[in-house]
Design a protein around this ligand. Structure first.
Ligand SMILES: [Zn+2]
Length: 207
């Protein structure tokens, strides 16, 4: 399956994201989603998804990047052990929209986890082919931070997408490089710091 839900169990559509709520059971299977989910999923133009197709599936099926999965597993353990919610603020851009999301993961009864997602800020921009979900791609690869959406550009470090395109015009070609996800040093440090404190609140990316 292509990754219809993206790397954070979230679509990042070019339309506004409603407040989303979903719940995982003790085995990390998706056990409920709120009614905003269906129009949200179908509006994306990706593979059609409805609650029936994701209900009962492991959340890990929808978080393709291993490093990102690892961080979510640490967060799950933390919430289930301590009971205090964790909050993450991260970028979830669409081709024509910069977006900053707030995610709260809190504990429910019977080791359930409740995910709550809100949009904090959005800005429109000229569409960026690099973020199109299914464009033709070249054989090259570029790494994007799964949390702040900055791009690793050789000899420049991690740059905002627009700055990365200015430094490396190949990123804006009709067949842009394929994306691999990673964690930049700034986000890695922020996550590490947040995970060693109570309550956990990590700001990963700005807008
Ligand atoms: Zn980052």
């Amino acid at each position: 399956m292509r990754q219809p839900l993206g790397r954070h169990l979230l679509l990042c559509p070019d339309s506004s994201v409603p407040d989303l709520l979903y719940e995982l059971n003790a085995r990390d299977e998706i056990s409920s989603v709120n009614e905003e989910w269906l129009p949200f999923a179908l509006a994306n133009g990706g593979e059609p998804l409805d609650p029936v197709q994701i209900m009962g599936r492991l959340v890990w099926d929808f978080i393709s990047d291993v490093e990102t999965q690892h961080i979510y597993r640490l967060l799950h353990r933390r919430v289930r052990a301590g009971g205090a919610p964790v909050r993450l603020c991260f970028r979830c851009d669409a081709p024509a929209r910069r977006r900053l999301l707030d995610l709260e993961i809190s504990a429910g009864p019977e080791r359930r986890l409740i995910y709550r997602v809100r949009t904090l800020r959005e800005q429109e921009r000229q569409p960026v082919a690099l973020l199109e979900p299914y464009p033709p791609r070249s054989e090259h690869f570029v790494t994007i931070c799964a949390w702040c959406e900055r791009v690793a550009v050789p000899a420049h470090g991690w740059l905002e997408i627009e700055a990365a395109i200015a430094a490396l015009p190949a990123l804006a070609e009709a067949r842009p490089p394929q994306l691999t996800h990673g964690v930049c040093e700034v986000c890695a440090e922020a996550l590490h710091g947040a995970l060693s404190e109570e309550p956990v609140r990590a700001v990963l990316g700005h807008l």
